[in-house]
Design a protein around this ligand. Structure first.
Ligand SMILES: Cc1ncc(COP(=O)(O)O)c(C=O)c1O
Length: 493
């Protein structure tokens, strides 16, 4: 059976599994061993094989791929020379990430490309803080901080004023909520990890949209869960029938969904789809994890409203929220909304791991939430312009590529006129444009026809990026091949 998806760290991958993953990638001209090593390095670098995975023996791989053993050996040697394979005598060959890519985080990403060119980083869909805003929030919290410093400061549920402020936002959106329904976390990613810890057993299925946010896939796999994909609709929203079918057929332990300005597509699920999905989840007995990280980044015309949160449809919903997308990722403040009993269970689990979040950031978050509407208005204005510049440039320079206008969020999901997104991203990296191929957002090896293009950068950079992309796509079509890529960041936001 071909393997679908990432193979977890310290796991073992069989020769048939790896052959299944490689087939589509190894089909390139040049020496066979190089195509093989390049295919394996792509699988590692785009996350489909985890660092620490033990590869099959050279003999087993050679047999499975019907190549000579010398070819398999040469491919492994090349991977070892690139720092991607560790060969342990007597125990096999293990994939590893080279030292440069092990430090996670945007700060670790390259800022200079080949020959000193400035890198355009489209690998992450996140914004810097608005000028002056974060500093002002930090400067204003000193008097309050003094009051908190009189106590021990351990608050596993989060500080009360922030729980109250977050609860009020849900109440304003039509879901009766009190502070007891809220657990403050170190971001939405942390919140999802806690929910997985609380609910998932090894081997359990978790339904996800395909494409989906790769950080969620990584978390599910880190907890030894099995992501099950349901295709997203092609018309700018969910395909509720596909989600309902997947729920019925696979009875997943959880479903993780992003109805509000979905990453990577920017889609918005409508009220009818939400009701149908909630009903299907109820029938399947599957709790929903609803990631609302992007809910404030609505880019539709002024006056449009976002449907009532999924939490209004059922008690069996965990909602995830975050300050990261609308305000700043460096704050590391997010939350879970759920019924008070679940929140109490999650607080016990979180206390075991980190005792509680930092009081300083939470105090800043209280201040920033109070001015959120103002901040968002400024964000939306810039983002609409950036989105429009990007789509217009794509229309001019790459008219055969297709995209639906994202209703919100930070990225466009672009369909290429032929498969080849991964080789394109490798070539772009050499030309100082960092971007993720669609396969990074897939459970399986699919989505190779897609690219996620964030519009979080300034218009001039977006225009430059599209020009580089158009040239690279032409060069690829002309048969000029991209050599194997080197790793960039471990984070895909
Ligand atoms: C859908 C989605 N959820 C969660 C996160 C992580 O957010 P946080 O910074 O709040 O942990 C991201 C980051 O890109 C995201 O796109």
């Amino acid at each position: 059976m071909p393997h679908t998806g990432l193979v977890a760290a310290e796991s073992r991958v069989g020769s048939r599994t790896i052959a299944g993953l490689i087939n589509e990638l190894a089909d390139s001209p040049g020496p066979r061993y190089r195509a093989l090593s390049s295919a394996i390095s792509s699988l590692l670098l785009d996350g489909r094989l985890g660092a620490g995975t033990r590869l099959p023996s050279e003999r087993a791989l050679a047999t499975e791929l019907a190549i000579s053993r010398a070819t398999a050996t040469a491919a492994y040697e090349e991977l070892a020379a690139q720092g991607l394979l560790q060969r342990r005598r007597g125990s096999g060959s293990y994939l590893m990430l080279p030292a440069a890519s092990r430090v996670a985080g945007p700060g670790s990403r390259v800022t200079r490309g080949p020959r000193g060119a400035e890198v355009i980083d489209l690998s992450i869909a996140a914004l810097p803080g608005l000028p002056g805003v974060i500093e002002a929030a930090a400067a204003q919290l000193l008097p309050e901080l003094g009051r908190y410093a009189l106590h021990d400061g351990y608050q596993p549920y989060g500080i009360e004023p922030l729980r109250v402020a977050v609860a009020q936002r849900y109440a304003d959106r039509g879901v009766p909520t009190t502070a007891e329904h809220i657990l403050i976390t170190n971001g939405a990613q942390h919140g999802f990890d806690l929910i997985l810890r609380a609910t998932l057993n090894a081997g359990d299925r978790v339904l996800v949209e395909q494409p989906t946010y790769p950080g969620a896939l990584d978390s599910i796999r880190a907890h030894h869960g099995r992501p099950v994909p349901a295709p997203i609709g092609r018309d700018g929203g969910w395909d509720p029938a596909a989600i309902a079918n997947a729920l019925r057929q696979t009875s997943p332990r959880l479903a993780y969904l992003i109805p509000d300005f979905h990453n990577p597509t920017g889609f918005l699920a409508d009220t009818d789809s939400r009701q149908r999905v909630a009903a299907a989840a109820r029938r399947a007995g599957t709790p929903l994890v609803i990631d609302e990280s992007f809910v404030d980044l609505d880019l539709r015309p002024a006056g449009s409203t976002v449907p009532t949160p999924m939490a209004a449809t059922s008690a069996n919903v965990f909602s995830l929220g975050s300050m990261s997308k609308a305000v700043w990722g460096g704050l590391r403040v997010g939350w879970i909304r759920a019924d008070p009993d679940s929140i109490a269970r999650l607080a016990v689990i979180r206390a075991r791991a980190d005792m509680g979040g930092a009081v300083i950031e939470q105090l800043m978050a209280v201040r920033l939430l109070a001015q959120l509407e103002e901040l968002i208005a400024e964000r939306r204005h810039a983002l609409r312009e950036q989105r429009d510049v990007l789509l217009a440039a794509l229309g001019r320079q790459l008219p055969a590529w297709r995209t639906l206008e994202p209703a919100g969020g930070l990225s466009a999901w672009v369909e290429l006129d032929a498969p080849g997104a991964t080789p394109l991203t490798h070539l772009l990296e050499q030309r100082a444009v960092l971007i993720n191929s669609g396969s990074r957002f897939a459970v399986d090896a699919s989505q190779e026809r897609f690219l996620r293009i964030p519009f979080a950068l300034a218009p001039a950079e977006l225009l430059r990026a599209v020009t580089v992309m158009a040239q690279a796509w032409t060069d690829l079509a002309d048969g000029r091949l991209a050599p194997p890529s080197r790793p960039g960041s471990l984070i895909t936001a």
